[in-house]
Design a protein around this ligand. Sequence first.
Ligand code: F0G
Length: 455
Amino acid sequence: MNTIIEPFRIKVTEPIHIISAEERAQKLKQAHWNVFLLDAEDCAIDLLTDSGTGAMSTHQWAAMMMGDESYAGSRSWKRFRDVVQDISGMPFVFPTHQGRAAEGILAECIVKSGMIVPNNSHFDTTRANLEYVGADARNMPCTESMDTAAQYPFKGNMDLNLLRETLEQHAAEIPFVMITVTNNTGGGQPVSMANIRSVRALCDEFEKPLVIDACRFAENAWFVKQREQGFADKSLTEIAQEMFAMADAATMSLKKDGLANIGGFLVCRNEEWADSFRNLLILREGFPTYGGLAGRDLEAIAVGLREALEEEYQRYRHATVQYFAKQLDAAGIPYMSPAGGHAIFLDAKKFLPHIDSLQYPGISLVNALYLEGGIRAVELGSVMFGSFDKDGREIPSPLELVRLAFPRRVYTQSHFDYVLEVLKRVYDQRSTLQGYNITKQPPFLRHFTCEFEPV
Ligand code: F0G
């Protein structure tokens, strides 16, 4: 059959509404043209993030009822621990309330001011946690990742030459090397097993631990199975296990491939690291057998991690992204191609070539999608990743992307057809769209709360 169906049927529905164009214009103005400041109920299709926005299965809801809320040593903890240990192969498991809490504990325990942490691309919270303790978070994506049209199967790979150079020059200042699978900020692009193996070899040569940011490890495993030689006959679980086997520790937001609405973990092999993580976990999150989570959340996650590794589920998820990408190709709409695992990343620089990077073409496109059809997307460009030089001059991000993140098991094909229709309309009007100026911004993670004004 050519039609790949959703491997589930819908048992509970949640109503959504499309408010009028006039109301949308008014709401966006009230939100200072920053879609993070909109009310969710005013967004018809919410593609802001794939994080914590997924739908749980009947098995997960049933497992939640089995939640053991004992403070210490609960059954739910043991179920969570066993699944995480099985997939990651790591003996020490720490549940956190979400990914950034795991990153914060890792940074605070292991990283000192003046240190350098290489990564294919740090997610913004990872960067912020490292910078908060005074470290330099360096991105080393492969060169193919900088060209949104380059057809390369593993655009999430790390630049091995740059990593070697950095290790040769700064070995003493590097506490560990990180690799993010899939590379979210680079377009949800996969990392090959061969690339992780080479990163591991460099870590061995320079005696550095390797830490995986594993948020979308199951989607990455699907790409490895499809695209990398030698993996076609392996299960997604086996592929994931092979990947984790190369790491010394991992952080994960379980709001992605944990198929849960909240949760995270920090895992490691080294007992000394584990001791320091445990102490800080107790201070910041909670007792080590629940960390930042309720027993019912631990249950839902234990089931969700297994479901994320089901081939039927990944086949359907990737088919949705491919369906969307194919329509964009037909309409000539520029995006990061080939499409990644959890989202479509529109290329706002090519979409709106007349808008200067420092007037934020990504924000212009995000806002146009909301005004035209009540769709909420997110900018991953100069607002999120821009920086300032020592004279306070703003340096734009090399890419201006707009992410349409696909919540897991939430929207049907007709929802995506609607998004495509809106997108095509915005594309037809693209020459009339304007840039934005920032009128107010905080010192960290400015994209969440900064305010804009149309130019
Ligand atoms: N690492 C990556 C690669 C992520 O994509 C995220 C979150 C985190 C770490 C932090 O996890 O949110 O649970 O604290 N990404 C979300 C997103 C927010 O929209 O891409 P968290």
